[in-house]
Design a protein around this ligand. Structure first.
Ligand code: PMV
Length: 328
């Protein structure tokens, strides 16, 4: 007779979460002004959880070269801490107690991703969303999107200082969001689809640092920076109306204005400015940096027919990668 463990039913769960891009309002959103963000479905994180014959919780995430058992990770590890957060909920739920280790073996968690790390496309939040969804199905622990969003926000706080919560929100709900910190979530509809080109400087820039630097500037001159945040907030509001009412062509000029205000916040860089100019010169209707700045990505609004030409010109001007995406 063979070993029964080799013949047991293999339980497997697969989930995924898309990337995201901020269209308007980054940085000002940390100071309670509105920002707009949309999912980017061309890039995504995939998580697979399956029963394993080896005891323990084995995590394989080749993209960050992680192959480890959960207990060997520090308690504040970005992936480990998310798993522990779900496990602590499982233990609190009497109906689920004892399901943690299926039979005598353990579980294996495989994480793969096409979202570049630390470039403003939400890779960290997407890993957390896909991971929590996978664990929630694997252990029959039903969680609402609101609960998942809150859990991912807790993990973002652990690793990014004072995040506004925009990343976890747009990625959890996978819809365009008009986001104001500490306010109920507002998703919105796109009146007429439009195309943006996203270009990566290839420079990985920690959001925590640019957010911290803006805070120092704000502390020194609150009047000046509050008024910049107000202007950015106004742009987000006007942009939302333009998108909802099917007039996306108005977004180009709004992007240009937003970029100038981000330059005043000191979060642009030579490379980002170069790409923004290259996009405009290649026919984009407007362009700006996106996300924390200093590196990471920029975005350009384009007529669909000109998208490839703008993307090519961005590569010639030093972009390491481009994504053409339709917002709908
Ligand atoms: O770099 P990203 O795309 O994760 O965006 C950061 C956006 C900020 O407004 C700069 C910070 C935040 O938490 O909202």
């Amino acid at each position: 007779m063979g070993n029964i463990r080799h013949r047991r039913f293999l339980f497997i769960v697969k989930t995924s979460a898309s990337g995201k891009i901020i269209l308007f309002g980054e940085h000002a959103v940390v100071y309670n002004r509105p920002a707009l963000a949309v999912p980017v479905n061309q890039v995504q994180v995939d998580v697979e959880i399956l029963d394993s014959d080896s005891a323990g919780v084995w995590i394989h995430a080749p993209i960050i070269n992680l192959h480890a058992e959960l207990s060997s990770l520090p308690s504040d590890h970005p992936i480990g801490s998310v798993i522990l957060q779900v496990f602590s909920m499982l233990q609190q739920s009497p109906s689920l107690s004892g399901r943690g280790a299926r039979g005598e073996g353990g579980i294996q968690i495989n994480i793969s991703s096409t979202i570049p790390v630390a470039s403003g496309l939400g890779s960290g939040a997407a890993v957390s969303v896909a991971l929590i969804r996978a664990l929630s199905s694997f252990f029959f622990l039903p969680l609402t999107d609101h609960q998942i969003n809150q859990m991912v926000f807790e993990s973002e706080k652990l690793h990014h200082g004072t995040p506004s919560g925009i990343d976890n929100t747009v990625i959890t709900f996978n819809k365009p969001v008009y986001f104001i910190k500490d306010k109920p979530i507002e998703t919105f509809t796109v009146g007429k689809p439009f195309t943006i080109v996203i270009a990566d400087t290839g420079i990985s820039a920690p959001t925590k640092e640019s957010v911290g630097d803006v805070r120092k500037l704000w502390q020194k001159d609150k009047n000046k920076f509050e008024s910049i945040f107000d202007e950015i907030g106004q742009i987000s509001l006007i942009a939302r109306r333009a998108i909802e009412s099917g007039k996306p062509e108005l977004l180009g000029e709004l992007m240009n204005q937003n970029h100038e205000l981000l330059q005043q916040l000191t979060v642009s860089s030579t490379e980002l400015d170069k790409l923004v100019l290259a996009a405009r010169n290649a026919g984009a209707l407007g362009a700006k940096l996106s996300g924390g700045g200093r590196g990471g990505n920029m975005i350009a609004l384009v007529n669909q027919a000109e998208a490839s030409q703008v993307a090519e010109s961005l590569i010639k001007s030093g972009a390491k990668n481009t994504i053409i995406t339709e917002i709908k």
